[in-house]
Design a protein. Structure first.
Length: 338
């Protein structure tokens, strides 16, 4: 009989700010591991050392230090953030980025294994000076949760003030410059008959980059742009199913977990053409700049065959990042460590 692996999975988002991708990735990973008969999962417990084989850390704050220095336990750290993740995300990042780089290098080098969420993220970690062993493990979700919505499409649209017959494009993430939410504004002005929904808010409040400007932008949004604010993860499914296409115009991502969520809900995927997606979504997503994205939205709206073809590609994304196979790979990495 195979010995169970015991894992203390840790993310400070359990006790602090949520409404962001790192917390979603942590929740999905912990849930996938809890379903396995060969793993015992203990979540959090920041104020005590857990008797376990592996400590798996998702955030880099001071509340995890006790876990990071625990003796006789292997440490795995998921690298959800790289230095570029801070630019356009948190206030005055360019002035303190050198300190963040030093700290991230110090932290990641304390791990027995670092998990990069993409090939691009691994390259960024090596450039940063991380010498600890690095494996690529893409983020993953239980795609079955996104197949069926609990709230009807019409009910969500009614709540947002969107006509039942409108073509709706949805985006998701924090409201910040890096996510390029302003691209929604440009598209909305060019496509007045299309409605654009952004699910997400500013969970870090005044610490978010350009928070005042972002608030003003939301307040002055065109009538066909809708901001929902932060939405509970379990309610995201209904928002995806209320839409017709997904667009993430972000100019930097270590992964982009919301893309997998939307793809699992059957939506065609549009993203910015950046290297971050080369080894993740590839050609299964429509990769284009803002002007091309507008043309693509028009085509998805008008061409049913093109729309169905992109849904097929989205199904491939969903299958590739489903939690079952990924959790098996993760447990294999754990066993190699212990």
């Amino acid at each position: 009989m195979i010995k169970k692996i015991s894992v203390n999975v840790v993310s400070e988002s359990d006790i602090s700010v949520q409404g962001h991708g790192v917390h979603t990735a942590y929740e999905e990973m912990a849930a996938a591991l809890e379903k396995r008969p060969d793993v015992t999962v203990v979540r959090g417990k920041f104020d005590q050392l857990v008797d376990c084989d592996i400590v798996h850390i998702h955030t880099l704050g001071s509340r995890t230090w006790r876990k990071l220095f625990q003796k006789n336990v292997k440490k795995v750290v998921s690298a959800h953030v790289v230095p570029d993740s801070f630019i356009g995300s948190l206030v005055l990042a360019k002035y303190w980025l050198f300190l963040a780089k030093w700290y991230m290098r110090w932290y990641y080098n304390r791990a027995d294994l670092v998990l990069a969420v993409s090939k691009e993220a691994k390259a960024d970690l090596r450039k940063l000076g991380v010498r600890a062993p690095i494996e690529i493990l893409h983020n993953f979700i239980d795609t079955s949760h996104y197949k069926t919505a609990t709230t009807s499409r019409s009910a969500v649209r009614k709540q947002l003030g969107i006509p039942e017959d409108a073509f709706v494009v949805i985006g998701a993430g924090q409201v910040q410059p890096r996510k390029r939410v302003d691209s929604f504004f440009q598209a909305a002005q060019m496509l007045p008959d299309v409605h654009f929904v952004w699910v997400g808010g500013m969970p870090f409040g005044k610490a978010a980059a350009n928070s005042n400007e972002m608030n003003k932008m939301m307040e002055s949004a065109p009538s066909n742009v809708h901001f929902t604010g932060i939405v509970e993860l379990k309610k995201m499914v209904s928002y995806y199913h209320s839409a017709d296409a997904f667009w993430l115009p972000s100019e930097q991502e270590t992964f982009g977990l919301v893309v997998v969520e939307a793809a699992s809900a059957g939506l065609p995927i549009i993203v910015r053409n950046i290297p971050d997606y080369d080894d993740t979504f590839g050609d299964d997503a429509l990769r284009c700049d803002d002007d091309a994205a507008i043309a693509t939205i028009k085509k998805l709206h008008a061409d049913k065959n093109f729309y169905k073809h992109q849904q097929t590609k989205s199904a491939r994304i969903a299958k590739r990042f489903d939690s079952g196979e990924a959790a098996a790979k993760l447990v294999k990495l754990y066993r190699q460590l212990v």
